[in-house]
Design a protein around this ligand. Structure first.
Ligand code: PRX
Length: 701
């Protein structure tokens, strides 16, 4: 066991024991109108999903699906921590999201697409139309692209209806989709193609963002070059067009490799493809996310458990009914979009809205106009978007006649003050709010209030979701007592159906990353011995509500999106001028955190603005604009420990005007003062205390 705790992957967070003094916020209660119509208002759910009834409690979610064959074992723990759910069961995800709704809902909108240009009409895709389009695309994928169950396909697309159509067509065939966020660069896409072993890339020509037409197809060539360099050739590039028959990219179409999907689809018009009955444990998709090494991890999600979990949580915690119009503003290229734009809402026969562009385009009223026009009644977004909308137009929501019954915040901690604006102004004091804490790895919500049962508390995610038993551990594997005010590492004590199966192609990394740190006995086949380590700091209040503090590893959460510091640092190091690079998070009013870069140069190279600009450009090319640093500081040397370890924590303190703490044990303490002066100027004001994730950032010596 001692060995396990000392594993390389273990993140040291002894500073997590520092007391944090939050003001306890008061409770807000759901209206009786909301409770009266809610899917889940029976407090008996707590008993039904209690540990006494685990794991069978999750039948309740799986029974919301249509199975081709019912499972024989709810949870198989024979190969920990590779849990298996609903073993022996067979089902198809696209059947569950489309076919089974046709009888009752075929003429109801499944998707409503809202183009960014406001003069362009919205497009409603009914369940019948979705059925036809998914079938035709499935036929194309099988017969033209030669894909079959178990193959991987990379999808690099913006927010257009053809993205969920393509995903569902893959699911119909049992093909594992790997959607790469449209805003990621061609290089980032190429590395994900290579890691997943995809021979087909599905992309789009162009899309609108902030009023500009973005040439997206241009990324494909870069992606293919990188994939090839990494040993993965791609046979075909399938290109959707934003406007049928009209090519909106300057990139050439390569004969024999690139094909327009709309042209090819004509050959498959009206084709119906039987959904392939998949094992519950067959992978449904991969979703790459950043971790503490430079290489993104392909989180592999299973068909049965994942679909059951997102359906159950969409029904009970998002309160989605088939009559609701539900709008989640995330991008489908992130896990939130997969779980809570596509799979969860569609499995419940809801109407789900897809918006192409940015929330504040052309002005701060856009989001509220969309909500009013489409009569959206469930709204789901992130603290960054809420802060942005509040800044751009704090009084805008009141001008529009929409009414939300339910709202979600997800992706980052929300400040109580921002929460209150969301509640009072966006929600008009009527909507219930859930603050849902979870991760790419976890498939669905882990901590949240049950909207018709638990009161809300601004800034707190709430207790564990039904059947989720969270705890906060200190470094000695002891529970941090509820109400002690001490922070620790949030862990989930039990498996649940939405948890990823593994990291694609890397079982060891899966165990190291999430289970080694708190595993009680590596020989045990008992799930109690394998808590899931989430790599977030948290405080557990006396009422059992969790307040999430942020990452305790080398991950920066920018606007609710995860970026690995190592990924950004590796990008800097591709420049021949750069000797060393360190990336730290800086607090930002809107985005939560933004990366800031420190580099030192190889001998003989003089610092210049040109080099700093080159660093920024390189990061944008290798990762994407989302990782653009606030500043690039060229420093003479990096603060280091005597063993040569780069002290990111000291640099993070400097960038955030925090105290650098004790630096006397460094190998080069003098450098700290010169770097501080460079960054802050001679007369800097140092704040004493800062956010917890910054104190912990980069580990502790
Ligand atoms: O730090 C936590 C933060 O986002 C991380 C997960 O990011 P990702 O895998 O991209 O998934 C985002 C969508 C679920 C977590 O480790 N996070 C997520 N939700 C919350 C949050 N932090 C505070 N409050 C939340 N509600």
């Amino acid at each position: 066991m001692a060995e396990i705790r000392e594993s390389k992957a273990a993140v040291q967070t002894s500073e997590a024991q520092i007391a944090v003094h939050w003001r306890e916020e008061e409770y807000f209660y759901p209206s009786s109108k909301f409770v009266g119509q809610a899917n889940l208002s029976d407090p008996g759910v707590n008993e039904r999903f209690s540990e006494n009834n685990f794991p069978e409690c999750f039948r309740e979610y799986a029974d919301m699906l249509s199975w081709d064959k019912y499972w024989h074992t709810t949870l198989d723990t024979n190969d920990p921590p590779f849990w298996k759910w609903f073993v022996g069961g067979k089902l198809n995800a696209s059947y569950n999201c489309i076919d089974r709704h046709l009888e009752k809902y075929k003429n109801k909108a499944a998707l409503i697409f809202v183009p960014e240009p406001e003069q362009e009409a919205t497009v409603a895709v009914t369940y019948q139309e979705l059925y036809v389009r998914v079938n035709e695309m499935a036929a194309l994928l099988r017969e033209f692209a030669g894909l079959k169950a178990g193959d991987r396909v990379t999808i690099h697309m913006p927010m257009i209806p053809e993205l969920p159509i393509t995903m569902l067509a893959c699911a119909r065939l049992g093909v594992i989709h790997s959607v790469v966020f449209g805003g990621f660069s061609g290089e980032a896409c190429g590395r994900r193609i290579a890691d997943s072993g995809s021979r087909i890339l599905i992309t789009a020509d162009s899309y609108y963002r902030s009023g500009k037409m973005i040439d997206h197809k241009a990324n494909a060539q870069i992606a293919l070059d990188i994939a090839k360099q990494e040993g993965q050739p791609v046979d075909k590039v399938l290109v959707w067009r934003r406007y049928r028959g009209q090519y909106g990219s300057k990139a050439p179409m390569i004969e024999g490799r690139d094909y327009f999907v709309d042209d090819e689809l004509l050959k498959f018009s009206g084709r119906i493809i039987e959904p392939v009955s998949m094992d519950a444990e067959a992978p449904l998709f991969l979703m790459y996310t950043s971790g503490s090494t430079g290489k993104p991890k392909g989180c592999q999600h299973r068909t049965g458990g994942y679909l059951a979990y997102v359906t159950g949580t969409s029904k009970y915690l998002q309160d989605i009914h088939p009559t609701d119009v539900y709008w989640c503003m995330a991008d489908i290229g992130w896990i939130t979009g997969h779980s809570y734009i596509v799979y969860g809402p569609l499995a419940l026969a809801a109407t789900t809205v897809l918006y192409e562009g940015v929330p504040t385009f052309p002005d701060a009223g856009r989001v509220w106009r969309i909500a009013e026009r489409l009569n959206v009644n469930i709204f789901h977004t992130s603290p960054t978007a809420i802060r942005q909308l509040r800044k751009a137009g704090p009084d805008e929501p009141a001008k529009y006649k929409y009414h939300f019954k339910h709202m979600t915040t997800v992706g980052e901690p929300i400040e109580p003050e921002v929460w209150r604006w969301y509640h009072d102004v966006v929600g008009k004091g009527e909507a219930v709010i859930v603050d849902t804490w979870w991760q790419t790895e976890t498939g669905g919500f882990l901590c949240t209030t049950k909207p018709a049962i638990d009161p809300m508390k601004p800034g707190s995610a709430g207790p564990g979701a039904p059947g989720i038993y969270p705890t906060v551990f200190d470094e000695n594997n002891e529970d941090v007592k509820a109400g002690s005010g001490k922070a620790g590492n949030i862990c989930i004590r039990n498996p649940w159906p939405g948890i990823m199966q593994t990291i694609w192609g890397d079982r060891d990394r899966f165990v190291d990353q999430y289970y080694r740190k708190y595993c009680k006995d590596s020989k045990s086949k008992e799930w109690h011995d394998w808590p899931y380590f989430a790599a977030d700091g948290a405080v557990l209040a006396a009422d059992g509500y969790l307040r999430i503090l942020g990452r305790v590893d080398d991950v920066i959460n920018v606007a609710g999106h995860r970026l690995g510091t190592k990924e950004i640092e590796s990008a800097c190091l591709t420049l021949p001028e750069i000797a060393e690079a360190a990336v730290v998070p800086v607090v930002d009013d809107i985005k939560g955190r933004i990366p800031e870069v420190y580099v030192s140069l190889v001998p003989g190279i003089q610092p210049s603005q040109e080099i700093a600009d080159k660093v920024t450009k390189t990061i944008e090319t290798i990762i994407g604009k989302i990782a653009r640093p606030r500043k690039v500081h060229i420093v003479p040397d990096m603060p280091k420990t005597r063993s040569g370890k780069l002290m990111r924590r000291v640099l993070a303190a400097i960038s955030n005007n925090l105290s650098t703490g004790d630096i006397t044990t460094l190998a080069n303490p003098d450098i700290v003062e010169s770097v501080r002066e460079m960054v802050q100027g001679k007369e800097s004001v140092v704040v004493k205390d800062g956010p917890d994730d910054l104190k912990q950032f980069g580990g502790v010596e």
